[in-house]
Design a protein around this ligand. Structure first.
Ligand SMILES: [Zn+2]
Length: 189
């Protein structure tokens, strides 16, 4: 969620090059603040710390920090070696799953399905918003995913950045859905 803002500010850069990998038309030239391992570790700690101060729940804070870090780990699975370990350093990592269309689908689709399954298994709808709001969100995410894979590449970096900012609407939508669902205790689930 930081990356589009950093792109607009000119602090990070990306180039559109169709065919860069089988899956994404982007060449990630420079993104040390949003995507270096060291910076992401700090973002994860900061995110967890804010929650800890706010809610005083160490277990939840650690989980949220782990979720922030998970973005980098999942990126490391799919990106070609363009992820820096530290800002300013030369080391780049990435296992390059995006070089294979079919391998990407075989990993990313089950991961998404597993995430949805975990969430529906751990929560129950309190009303229609909680039920159909979730169905709509999952359907929209699937459509966006298909658009990313099979749609035309964006016209400009500015377009990437503005569409990226629109992702905050998905965050809002998810927050709204979650308010209309209740968690099921692990023993009952
Ligand atoms: Zn990323």
């Amino acid at each position: 969620m930081l990356w589009p803002t950093l792109l607009l500010l000119g602090l990070e850069s990306v180039r559109i090059a169709p065919g860069a990998t089988a899956v994404t038309p982007f060449v990630f030239e420079h993104y040390p603040v949003s995507h270096s391992l060291l910076a992401v570790l700090l973002w994860a700690l900061a995110f967890g710390a804010v929650h800890l101060v706010w809610r005083r729940n160490l277990r939840m804070a650690a989980l949220l920090a782990g979720l922030v870090l998970s973005h980098w780990l999942l990126d490391a699975l799919v990106h070609i070696p363009d992820l820096p370990l530290a800002p300013g350093g030369d080391a780049r990592v990435g296992l390059g799953l995006w070089q294979s269309h079919i391998a990407t689908l075989l990993v990313e689709v089950p991961l998404f399905v597993a995430g949805v399954w975990l969430y529906t298994r751990g929560t129950r709808p309190l009303d229609r918003a909680g039920r159909y709001g979730l169905v709509g969100l999952v359907a929209l995410l699937a459509v966006i995913y298909a658009g990313n894979l099979y749609g035309p590449p964006p016209d400009s970096v500015a377009a990437i950045a503005w569409v990226g900012h629109a992702q905050w609407l998905l965050v809002l939508w998810a927050w709204w859905v979650d308010r209309h669902r209740a968690s099921i205790p692990a023993s009952a689930a």
